[in-house]
Design a protein. Structure first.
Length: 355
């Protein structure tokens, strides 16, 4: 069993902890929190050993009536791998601590690519993480773009990708984010950071990205134009993308015309927290003009990097091949969402930890 600790139990950390518990080859050694808030209580309710991320605040947990399993260094010592899901900038600062105890760590997309041995997307560059000390699972948007480009690059070749990212202002619980009533070029300069970030996965891909921030919390939306080296038909592209377990083609007949209904669909299918681990591509948006492919896809910013973190754990420890790891992760989480309108449906709810 791979012993995995999670440092940071917020939006990403709590989802990764649940995903670790569902894996047949992993054991969750515990989670670390900076303070005894509602998320710490949720960890205790699930029976997760709780550690103080900031040792000087241990007394706050005791005063709140929460028993600690130890401090963050104890968690690191007890783990074969640490998933660092702390806020942007904190993960990079924590690397010295992980290196002190010779414990490999996985950082998140808010950290600098220069702080790690390699950036990571399971579908694109799984093998590069094997034997690394520090790996970065790239951001939700970069993960989504890399997953889409992978089969297109392999099957047709990518000459140029142009993407406009309409980005949510904040997650549902981020009351301090915005805008409230505005549409912001973010950044106003070109490119946004997403294109250069994709190049940490695909160094040779020519990609331009621009970003816009809107007053929404549910998901991101990408308007994608990819110039391919060959000219596929729409039907061929649809088949190629539908064969990817982490891409979900939203059928026109389903009547899902926006991210709100996508989230509602996820909740109705029994997804925990209404999570969508897959890119959601509107099937009717797929168009081909000459060598140019056009489509719209949505990315659930709270969830799509979760399976990537699980695969990164196996890649770091060299336990499975890319294909086998992704298959295990997809099976245990229920990744591979399909509509009933497309025929046989794959699992859309995770296994229980006891299965």
């Amino acid at each position: 069993m791979i012993r995995v600790g999670v440092n940071g139990y917020g939006t990403i950390g709590k989802r990764v902890a649940d995903a670790i518990r569902a894996q047949p080859d992993m054991k969750l050694t515990g989670v670390a929190k900076t303070r005894p808030n509602y998320e710490a209580e949720a960890a205790v309710r699930k029976g997760y050993p709780l550690y103080a991320a900031i040792p000087e605040r241990s007394d706050q947990f005791t005063d709140a009536g929460i028993d600690l399993a130890g401090e963050v260094e104890d968690l690191i010592i007890a783990s074969d791998v640490i998933v660092d899901a702390t806020p942007s900038g904190v993960g990079e600062a924590n690397c010295e601590l992980y290196e002190t105890y010779d414990t490999p760590a996985i950082l998140q997309g808010g950290e600098s690519a220069d702080a790690v041995d390699t950036s990571f997307v399971a579908r694109a560059n799984y093998d590069k993480a094997e034997g690394a000390d520090i790996v970065r699972v790239v951001s939700c948007n970069t993960t989504g773009l890399s997953r889409l480009l992978a089969p297109l690059q392999e099957e047709y070749g990518v000459e140029k990708a142009r993407v406009t990212l309409i980005r949510r202002g904040g997650d549902p619980g981020q009351v301090d984010r915005g805008p409230i009533n505005d549409i912001l070029p973010d950044p106003v300069t070109v490119p946004s950071h997403h294109g250069p970030d994709v190049k940490t996965i695909y160094p040779d891909v020519d990609i331009d990205t621009v970003g816009v921030k809107v007053p929404a919390t549910l998901m991101h939306l990408h308007s994608v134009n990819v110039t391919l080296a060959s000219q596929p038909t729409v039907a061929e592209v649809r088949q190629l993308l539908s064969d990817e377990s982490r891409l979900f083609l939203v059928p026109e007949v389903a009547g899902i015309d926006g991210t709100g209904k996508l989230k509602e669909f996820a909740m109705d299918t029994g997804r925990p927290r209404g999570d969508l681990w897959e890119n959601c591509i509107w099937d009717e948006s797929i168009a081909v003009e000459g060598n140019d492919l056009y489509l719209f896809q949505s990315i659930h910013q709270e969830a799509d990097v979760v399976p990537e973190n699980i695969d990164a754990i196996r890649a770091l420890t060299g336990r499975e091949t890319q294909e086998d790891s992704m298959a295990i992760t997809d099976d245990r989480l229920g990744v591979g969402l399909e509509s009933l309108f497309d025929g046989p449906r794959r699992r859309v709810v995770p296994h229980s930890a006891d299965d």
